[in-house]
Design a protein around this ligand. Structure first.
Ligand SMILES: [Zn+2]
Ligand SMILES: [Zn+2]
Ligand SMILES: [Zn+2]
Length: 91
């Protein structure tokens, strides 16, 4: 995979970053599952668990809703990720 220097259109389209409202995976909470890290969807603002978590809710959400960009919801991390272009960007 070649490194892209230019930000993709999904990342460029984000004017203000949506922060997590609650520090928990909305889907895992329903089923009592646990997670490793949290991600917040930049299209709808939902916070879900990362790919290191058993349920990978953020990836599933992105694929089924065609919501391209998430941020890390971890308090000391400032990066976003586009699933479509597999591109990371700092903010
Ligand atoms: Zn993109
Ligand atoms: Zn989850
Ligand atoms: Zn979403």
């Amino acid at each position: 995979m070649a490194l892209r220097l230019k930000k993709c259109e999904h990342i460029q389209a984000i004017e203000s970053v949506r922060k997590p409202l609650d520090y928990e995976c909305e889907e895992c909470i329903k089923t009592g599952d646990s997670w490793v890290h949290l991600r917040t969807c930049q299209s709808c603002g939902i916070t879900l668990c990362c790919d290191s978590s058993p349920n990978k809710h953020a990836s599933k959400h992105a694929a089924s809703h065609e919501h391209a960009v998430i941020i890390s919801a971890e308090p000391n991390e400032k990066w976003m990720w586009c699933y479509v272009h597999e591109q990371i960007a700092r903010y």
